[in-house]
Design a protein around this ligand. Sequence first.
Ligand code: MTE
Ligand code: MO
Length: 372
Amino acid sequence: DPYAADPMRHPALRINSQRPFNAEPPPELLTESYITPNPIFFTRNHLPVPNLDPETYRLHVVGAPEGQSLSLSLDDLRKFPKHEVTVTLQCAGNRRSEMSKVKEVKGLEWRTGAISTARWAGARLCDVLAQAGHRVCETEAHVCFEGLDSDPTGTAYGASIPLARAMDPEAEVLLAYEMNGQPLPRDHGFPVRVVVPGVVGARHVKWLGRVSVESEESYSHWQRRDYKGFSPSVDWDTVDFDLAPSIQELPIQSAITQPQDGAIVESGEVTIRGYAWSGGGRAVIRVDVSLDGGLTWQEAELEGEEQQPRKAWAWRIWQLKAQVSEEQKELNIICKAVDDSYNVQPDTVAPIWNLRGVLSNAWHRVHVQVVP
Ligand code: MTE
Ligand code: MO
């Protein structure tokens, strides 16, 4: 059993698949704190968790033609300036379960919890690439990452990002060895993972073994044959994965974590809570909440750290305390967020349905009963 050496997991996690391990925190825990505690940070593994020895671990960085290849131990990596950044990581499949209610999709049935936030620390990728002789270049190029996890045929997990993002110090791409002040937990990439602020989770390669600069995107299955969006009209007979770009920055997203769908709430003051986040460093400027299915709206209060324009890498937790009278028998609660490019979420799921169930960011809707 290749999964026999997988680590222990927190019992509060909701498991979507045991082997490989995929699980999300329950909504009420997810927005309890701005920083997600490591034990309940959502986990998305495609393969068994490798058991890596930090003493013998080496990161191989392929050098530029005029530069030199590097073989970095964990100590070598720690010698680069240590950079810290708070980043929200979201799986492209977050909220897929709502999409599969419209029509069947292929993928894990994530609810609203395939998203979490941590304070990451490590070396900046641009510093490491520079040491290997890489420069920003005119022609299109990509930085390819390979994990040390592999399937029975020896194929490793892989992904890539554009070189321009990797070399931009303002993009803050990290080779992270710490998560919330601790060494990375095994499930989250021990000893080293990539963190690409503002970019889909799939590019944050865990258990990082190899970095190279190529003229083409990674040839990995997960870069080329997955994590792409399509029209609702495309099915598994007609899909051509070469025709769509790989998902990098994600669209504006928000969800309600409290109360939960089907709950019973008492009239009077009702607290509605959730998260909002946008890709590419775009800041959340507003979250609108409706209690009557979208007829009227109120603005939620944004909590947590202020966001830096163009570098809003982490989510906002939001809250609204609403007055609900005894006459109201039920509430149809909706949330929708707006980012600083004035991007908004689509109101319904059907028009953004896609066969893989990715990019599910329609208005989030929760129905609750009211009791006196
Ligand atoms: N890296 C490796 N090596 N193997 C993987 O299976 N999964 C990716 C990414 N990096 C994956 C990986 C996907 S799809 C996501 S959403 C994130 O890791 C999840 O990171 P987390 O498990 O730390 O939340
Ligand atoms: Mo993912």
